[in-house]
Ligand binder design. Sequence first.
Ligand code: NAP
Length: 228
Amino acid sequence: MTARAPRGYLAAMRIGVLGTGPVGQAIATRLVELGHDVTMGARDAANEKAAGWARDHGAGAGTFGQAAAGAELVVNATAGSHSLDVLARADPGPATVVLDVSNALDGNVPPGLTVPYGDSTAERLQRAHPGTRVVKALNTMNCDVMVHPELVPGEHDVFVAGDDAAAKAAVTGLLRQFGWPEAAIRDVGPLSAARGLEAAVLFWVALRLAIGHNRFNLHVTDGSAPSS
Ligand SMILES: NC(=O)c1ccc[n+]([C@@H]2O[C@H](COP(=O)([O-])OP(=O)(O)OC[C@H]3O[C@@H](n4cnc5c(N)ncnc54)[C@H](OP(=O)(O)O)[C@@H]3O)[C@@H](O)[C@H]2O)c1
C-alpha cells in the first residue's frame, strides 16, 4: 500500500497488472506514481521481472491470480494470443473492470492477427468472463506514449471501447490521470469496436517502419471536438 494521493479524478484503486513486458512495466510504474495499490502478475510467482519491478517500486508481485485477487481493475498487458489463457488463470472477480491493452500479433513480418476477422481479443475475454467489464483502450500506441501522452507533441488521441458505461468511466478517469486531455479521449462505442482498434496495430507497425521511431500517435479531426 502507498500513502501517495493520486492525481486526478479517482480515489486510489487496487489494480492488478497482468504482464511483465514493456507495457506491464510502463503502466504499473505510472499507476504506482499516481498512488494506486498495484500488484504485477506473471505465470510464475517467482518471475524475476515482476519481483524486481516490485522491489524497485515498493509494490506487489505474484501470479496472475494473485495480482487479480481483490482488484477493482485488472490491466491485461499480456501477449494477445495468450490473453485468454492468462485471464483464465487470473480469474478476476465479478464486476472487475478489465482494461485490455493487448494486440494478438502473429509474429509474422509483415504482421497479421491470430484473432479471426469478425472478432477481437477484447470480446473473447468478455465472453469468457461475462461477470467482468472489459474495456479496450491504449492498444493503438507505444507503451511510453500510453502513460506519458506529452511525449508526442500536438494533438493526438486515445480510443476507448466497451459495453459498460461505469467501467468506461473508470478507465477514462485513469487516462486523465495519465495526462490525456479530455478532448483526446475518444469513446468509439461498444466493445465490438475493439475489432477495429485491434486491427489498427497492423497500420501502426507500417507507420513505425515508415517513421523510424515509436513516439507518434493517431489524431482524428472531425471538426466537433473542442481543442483542450
Ligand atoms: N510494446 C508496446 O509498446 C505495445 C503497445 C500496444 C499494445 N501492446 C500489446 O500489449 C501486450 C503486452 O506487450 P509487451 O510488449 O509488454 O509484452 P509481450 O511480450 O507481448 O507480453 C508479455 C506478457 O505476456 C505473457 N505471456 C507470453 N507468452 C505467454 C503464454 N504462452 N502464456 C501466458 N502468458 C504469456 C508473459 O507472461 P510472463 O510474465 O509469465 O512471462 C508476459 O507477462 C501485447 O498484447 C502487445 O501486443 C504492446
